[in-house]
Design a protein around this ligand. Structure first.
Ligand SMILES: Cc1cc2nc3c(=O)[nH]c(=O)nc-3n(C[C@H](O)[C@H](O)[C@H](O)COP(=O)(O)OP(=O)(O)OC[C@H]3O[C@@H](n4cnc5c(N)ncnc54)[C@H](O)[C@@H]3O)c2cc1C
Length: 432
């Protein structure tokens, strides 16, 4: 089996090819006027109850307290993807990690249990399966969609793949890891934007640890579109952790899985190599979920909603904001960044609604957004990356800067910080 080991040099970003095939399907423009439930006062509608939507709703209640906040979400409860690896390895049950949306009512947020189907931008109406809502501001926080159809052979039998990246896949992964008696595990990382870039490397490392602990024979093939593990500042440390498993993990970089042969239980890469698998865990390419294409919110050749990174406002409509994984920003796709973007947009909406006489923001004043992640190299120890983003200005005067602090030594203290960070974030959004 061919094997390419990446040199642990600083990663150069791959040129991202976006979904030309999907774009070719052409946009659907929603121009019809929808009969909407009238708003009594000002109303902000938030589409999506993930990290970004929940943070936007919480912050709006604080900063625009006179406005009604409606959160539209189809799921019965919130499952934080930050708990996915714990669930995959049986350290936590999915039901333990999930939190109900019940506490939102006590915070003055109205939950509309349904899915957004269309938006009339001119009439400012969001149409959902739970009713149509007129709005003064709309926050799109629908996250990513996994483009399973872009891996040939996978859409016909999605259950073949136990992805870490959605609830159904995670339930399968957890069962398959528990039952795994040895063999080849294939993990695939796609090109393009990825939610939580270190997660697939953590999966490979924790799987290697599990195989050693249970004395299972086999190996892990980690097929990565990137040249080195991500995120860049932790790339060498993650690569060193992979190497420390002494060949148990084959790191095959700069190519991605293009097709799956279900009958032969093999994957083929873009480089033309084939790998057999006993357990398959691919991350399908990420595309924007929910209405971005319908409303034509992305720049040409992109799939994620274009926004002003300072205000998170869509250049297409002053009443429309996009936050979290659904948006194209320099902040990366993580829970911490999603919550930070949501808070920034809520401040901007409060200003727009004239809440509490809030003064207009000075565009030259940098807005700061902090993101943090603690990738595990084994069950007890984690690395740490803190990124302080700063953005200011607009158009030609737009400025972006970031300072990173990386702890590249695996530590139990970072694993403990990770648990405390996750609990703090969740308790702030949805008290358990
Ligand atoms: C395996 C894994 C591990 C991760 N670990 C970490 C970590 O340790 N730290 C970290 O910071 N980040 C982590 N992340 C990333 C983090 O979970 C995401 O960046 C974050 O969830 C993004 O928040 P969001 O609100 O934009 O999207 P989501 O959390 O995906 O929420 C989107 C919501 O929108 C809803 N929705 C979709 N379509 C519609 C529609 N049409 N109408 C209404 N609602 C809709 C969905 O049901 C969903 O609830 C991880 C991600 C994964 C997959």
């Amino acid at each position: 089996v061919p094997e390419r080991r990446a040199r642990p040099e600083i990663a150069r970003r791959l040129v991202l090819k976006q979904a030309a095939a999907l774009a070719a399907a052409g946009p659907i423009v929603f121009v019809r006027r929808l009969a909407a439930e009238p708003a009594r006062g000002r109303r902000v509608v938030v589409l999506g109850g993930g990290f970004a939507g929940l943070a936007a709703a919480a912050e709006l209640r604080r900063s625009a307290s006179e406005a009604e906040v409606v959160l539209v979400e189809p799921a019965a409860e919130f499952f934080p993807a930050t708990s996915s690896l714990d669930v995959a390895f049986g350290r936590r049950r999915m039901a333990e990690a999930a939190r109900g949306y019940g506490s939102l009512a006590g915070r003055g947020v109205r939950l509309a249990r349904g899915e957004a189907k269309a938006v009339d931008l001119a009439g400012r109406v969001a149409e959902t399966t739970a009713g149509s809502f007129r709005y003064d501001a709309l926050v799109l926080a629908t996250g990513v969609r996994l483009a399973t159809e872009e891996i040939a052979g996978l859409a016909a039998d999605p259950s073949l793949n136990a992805t870490l990246y959605d609830r159904a896949g995670l339930a399968r992964l957890s069962q398959r890891i528990a039952a795994f008696a040895g063999g080849v595990v294939v993990i695939g990382v796609p090109a393009g934007a990825l939610a939580c870039p270190p997660a697939p490397y953590e999966l490979a490392l924790l799987m290697a640890d599990r195989m050693k602990e249970r004395k299972l024979k086999g190996r892990i093939v980690l097929i990565d579109a990137w040249p080195t593990p991500q995120p860049g500042p932790l790339g060498e440390a993650l690569f060193a952790a992979i190497e420390a498993h002494g060949g148990l993990i084959d790191y095959v970089s700069q190519t991605e899985v293009r097709s799956v042969d279900a009958a032969a239980r093999k994957v083929a890469t873009g480089a033309g190599d084939e790998f057999s698998f006993d357990l398959l865990s691919l991350i399908p390419p990420h595309r924007a979920a929910g209405l971005v294409r319908d409303l034509m919110l992305a720049d040409e050749g992109d799939d994620f909603a274009a926004v002003d990174p300072v205000t998170l406002r869509s250049p297409k409509d002053p009443h429309l904001f996009a936050v979290g994984d659904v948006a194209r920003t320099p902040f990366g796709k993580s829970a911490a960044a999603a919550a930070g973007m949501a808070r920034a947009s809520a401040g901007e909406i409060a200003r727009m609604l004239g809440a509490g006489g809030m003064a207009a923001a000075d565009p030259a004043e940098p807005r700061r957004l902090a993101a943090v992640c603690y990738p595990h190299v084994d069950p007890g120890r984690a690395l740490k990356l803190e990124v302080a983003h700063a953005v200011s200005g607009a158009g030609a005067s737009f400025k972006y800067g970031a300072e990173t602090v990386a702890d590249t030594q695996p530590k139990a203290a970072n694993a403990a910080r990770r648990r405390a960070w996750e609990k703090g974030l969740l308790d702030g959004l949805l008290p358990g």
